[in-house]
Write a protein that binds this ligand. Sequence first.
Ligand code: ATP
Length: 251
Amino acid sequence: MLEVHDLTVRFGGITALDGVGFGVGRGEMVGLIGPNGAGKTTLFNCLTRRYEPGSGTITYEGGDLTAVAPHAIAGLGIARTFQNLGLFPRLSVRDNVLVGAHHRGRAGFLSAGLRLPGVRREERTLLADADGVLERLGLTGVAGHPATGLPFGTLKRVELARALIGRPRLLLLDEPVNGLNAAEVEEFASTLNALRTEHDLTVIVVEHHMGFVMGICERIVCLDFGRKIAEGPPAEVQRDAGVIEAYLGTA
Ligand code: ATP
């Protein structure tokens, strides 16, 4: 589904990604790990076209992703969540979720409170989808509540709901369980596993919580100083001397 080849990104004198390559098969859940500053979020930013790589290729569903405009990414079925929640504090939970549907035709304008003529059917479908996603993630009770003031664990689920309303095929999760307590982490893992089957998702997850990422992913890619230093099944990567030295020893 996704092939990243020899990807390099530089910011002035900093090489954030240095010749990184890996592939992700349809339906796979891949963990992206590594110490702070290793380049994990930069990679997500390349996959969503926020950053322009200096060199390398990204092939998604057989097409060249680097030729795609940033605003067209969601329409290609790629959605992401953010490390530092990217929610609008004053918008309701439902409207925050609807923002994730901006590419779904003119109905996406609903999230901006606009009522365009002739979109009633799309509106109904979208609102029904939003209600379904909210219910699935246990958010129905807070759907009308502004995002501000809600517990952190709830906001993390709103982020996930916003990604899901876009009907993604590839879901990029940036530290989804950071800041959650042990029970919430466990619940998030089981929800994600179920959603994966329900929505036929392919997932790349960036996470420092090793119990979560090693437990849920089939394959792990480890970055260090912008380079891929290991790739393989969780048990193998956890035993890798380079990964232990660069990351796990201190994680
Ligand atoms: P963390 O686990 O702390 O989130 P990370 O692995 O996601 O780290 P990145 O955020 O991708 O790491 O950062 C990789 C390197 O690129 C860092 O040195 C960072 O300072 C640098 N970097 C990332 N984005 C930019 C930017 N827009 N401008 C300048 N430098 C950047």
